[in-house]
Write a protein that binds this ligand. Structure first.
Ligand code: GLV
Length: 324
């Protein structure tokens, strides 16, 4: 009898075909929405799961799932997992690092460009039929090339953004991270390590790429926004909750900072209503890794993580160590 595996959300057909070679698969191609209780109930009937960042596997869910053996997140972020609880229950957890690094860095840069150069705001103006003549200051925004980018969180994606900024746009790159990069990596990214305070005060563009945890909750709130330049832009491609969205909406409304580009939101897919009414913000629905080849690579790596765990006792990109 094949091991039972559930795929929480719709996925590429070819990934399902690959999973079906190894497992008895329950799919959700119909995209039926879960409540936490219905998800826990469905998960409890399976030994493995391919999840997205929106599917919680926390202590409460785990309590209902004593037969669960492996969960593979189709995301590099894994704040939907309680990894210590998974480890305590002997469940292998995995994520999809590396395959999305460059695509996500591309998107961070796209969001920075769109925000600094007011692309969404000006496009809405044009669509509304308000463009009647050219004006010298029409949607004049901030400079990107040659300006200073401050990157908070200098992991793989942060470094990808730094390389684009330094080598492609001649930007000065400053960064802050829990630990400093090696001299070699700093040289490759042309990046200078600074304190968080200095980064907030001196960057023309602040890019957030820190993982979400209780410790990084509201890394950017009212006090931090007050430290930023009034001409600065803030970009969040990290996770909802890294920014206090209510404080940000107020800062944008009061022109305390110039603009923000947000791909992630506190409590998404809900978006703070005040963010929807300020013009100087670019909003996208958590799509930073969404190129077709990258999403396929993520899905297939998540599938490989399940296959590898159930055939060899260890996922390819594990987040914890368990004995099979
Ligand atoms: C997307 O947000 C991811 O963590 O991969």
């Amino acid at each position: 009898m094949k091991t039972k595996v559930i795929v929480a959300r719709p996925i590429f057909e070819e990934t399902l075909v690959r999973l079906r070679e190894h497992f008895d698969v329950t799919d959700n191609q119909a995209d039926i929405a879960w409540t936490k209780a219905s998800w826990a109930q469905a998960l409890s009937q399976h030994a493995g799961a391919l999840t997205t960042g929106s599917d919680p596997v926390d202590a409460e869910v785990l309590k209902a799932c004593p037969s669960l053996k492996a969960v593979a997140n189709m995301a590099v972020g894994f704040n939907n997992f309680d990894v210590p609880a998974l480890t305590a229950q002997g469940v292998q957890a995995s994520n999809t690092p590396d395959v999305l690094t460059e695509t996500t860095a591309d998107f961070g840069f796209a969001l920075l460009m769109a925000t600094a150069r007011r692309m969404a705001e000006s496009e809405h103006y044009l669509r509304r039929g308000e463009w009647t003549q050219w004006r010298y200051d029409m949607f004049a925004g901030a400079e990107v090339h040659g300006s200073t980018i401050g990157i908070l969180g200098m992991g793989r994606i942060g470094q990808g953004i730094a390389r684009r900024a330094a080598h492609g746009f001649g930007m000065k790159v400053i960064y802050h991270n829990r630990s400093r990069l090696s001299a070699e990596s700093e040289a490759e990214c042309k990046a200078t390590y600074v304190s968080k305070d200095e980064l907030l005060k001196t960057a023309d563009h602040v890019m957030l790429v820190v993982p979400y945890s209780a410790a990084s909750h509201h890394t950017i709130g009212a006090a931090e926004l007050a430290q930023m330049k009034p001409t600065a832009t803030l970009i969040n491609i990290a996770r909802g909750g890294i920014v206090d969205d209510a404080a940000l909406a107020l800062a944008l409304h009061n022109k305390q900072i110039a603009a923000a580009g947000l791909d992630v939101f506190e409590g998404e897919p809900k978006v703070h209503p005040d963010l929807l009414t300020v013009p100087n913000v670019v909003l996208t629905p958590h799509i930073a890794s969404a190129s077709i080849p990258t999403r396929l690579a993520m899905a297939n790596l998540a599938a490989d993580n399940l296959i590898s765990y159930f055939t060899q006792g260890k996922s390819v990109t594990p987040l914890n160590t368990v004995t099979a």
